[in-house]
Design a protein around this ligand. Structure first.
Ligand code: KG4
Ligand code: ZN
Length: 335
């Protein structure tokens, strides 16, 4: 079964053709980073207009790369939630229009569930139940995953998402947008023990997250309000690398602490990581080390499948289709 997937929930216009939920025949990802960089974050109105301008070409290119004709597409999958409303609407409208014209089923996909499914595109061995951690620019959510399609939310961020914290700290440090990849790179040259930033675990056994205090602590440290650096002195490159490494370590400590707590609470057979922040090399390394210690297998997608892409959307759609979970043409975009 050949499924065309469409993803426009945030700032990537993406289309992919996937066979039988597994074989990626094509995957086009058009990033809008360059449009949002000057603002230090995604501007919804700009994202929406850019999707509108790009979507037809992106879909066409996905078909060309996959060497399939529109007539060979068996179903169309689209992310309809969560995301920026104007951005989601471009994908949803495109998908509905194609479904109507081709008379093929429409499959509605939750963006976060698709991030989790990215693991299934590359691994055959995942066993359930599993704990899934989705860490992206908009979300930090722990799920109890009962199967590839059934995910029960256990906790999430009460303020900033992990990726948002990376992006905001990067802005404070003058490192540009998106912040995650640059902080990840810079942190390798810094000392993660240089500064003791706060780790917020909230109340005992809480599976919720909070990163806004950490972000503020970085801001105060950078501005010299904790007396380590004076206000008049701009931190050196080495000091910035130390801040990046220490900040990243604080985020990773909390993410890993809560994920392991959840995995013990629910006695799971695996841990799945997904979303843009799942590309973080420190998070991946430390979770792998924990997996060796605990014996619970940890999965994370290749970096290209961590950030937003439509291959994960078309892949998950195949499983939903097999379960008879098909949407109607009055499907709404839900931000
Ligand atoms: O999943 P994604 O592509 O879009 C959303 O659904 O939000 O995630 C984007 C986020 C951005 O905040 C970006 O800074 C972060 O993922 N990110 C990273 C890394 N690569 C991307 N964060 C930490 N380390 C990375 N290597
Ligand atoms: Zn995402």
């Amino acid at each position: 079964m050949i499924i065309l997937g469409i993803e426009t929930s945030c700032d990537e216009t993406s289309a992919a053709v996937v066979k039988d939920g597994k074989e990626i025949l094509s995957s086009i990802i058009l990033s809008q980073d360059v449009l949002h960089r000057q603002f230090g974050g995604v501007v919804p109105e700009i994202a929406c207009r850019a999707h509108l301008e790009a979507i037809i070409d992106v879909v066409n290119n996905a078909l060309i790369d996959a060497k399939v004709q529109l007539a060979e597409i068996d179903a169309i999958a689209v992310v309809n939630t969560p995301g920026l409303i104007g951005a989601l609407l471009i994908g949803v409208t495109t998908a509905k229009t194609l479904c109507m014209a081709l008379d093929v089923p429409l499959i509605a996909i939750d963006h976060l569930h698709a991030h989790i499914y990215a693991n299934n595109l590359e691994s055959e061995t995942i066993q359930y139940p599993a704990i899934s951690l989705v860490v992206s620019g908009g979300h930090t959510t722990l799920f109890l995953s009962e199967s590839e399609t059934k995910h029960i939310p256990l906790g999430g961020t009460i303020d900033d998402a992990a990726g948002e914290a990376f992006d905001k700290v990067s802005k404070i440090l003058g490192l540009g947008y998106p912040g995650g990849p640059v902080i990840d790179r810079l942190a390798r040259q810094g000392n993660q023990c240089a500064i003791s930033f706060p780790r917020s675990y909230l109340e005992k056994d809480s599976l919720d997250f909070s990163f806004s205090g950490l972000k503020t602590a970085v801001l105060y440290h950078y501005r010299g309000q904790d007396s380590k650096t004076s206000k008049s002195k701009t931190p050196s490159e080495h000091e910035i690398a130390n801040i990046a490494a220490s900040f990243q370590e604080a985020v990773v400590d909390v993410l890993i602490g809560k994920t392991l707590l959840a995995s013990k609470m629910y006695n799971v057979r695996g841990i799945l990581l997904g979303g843009g922040v799942a590309a973080n090399s420190r998070l991946r390394q430390r979770l792998k080390d924990k997996s060796n210690e605990t014996g619970i297998p940890v999965y994370y997608p290749s970096p290209i499948l961590c950030t937003d892409n439509a291959a994960m959307v078309a892949g998950l759609a195949y499983k939903k289709y097999l379960e008879g979970d098909v949407a109607k043409l009055d499907l709404e975009a839900v931000p």
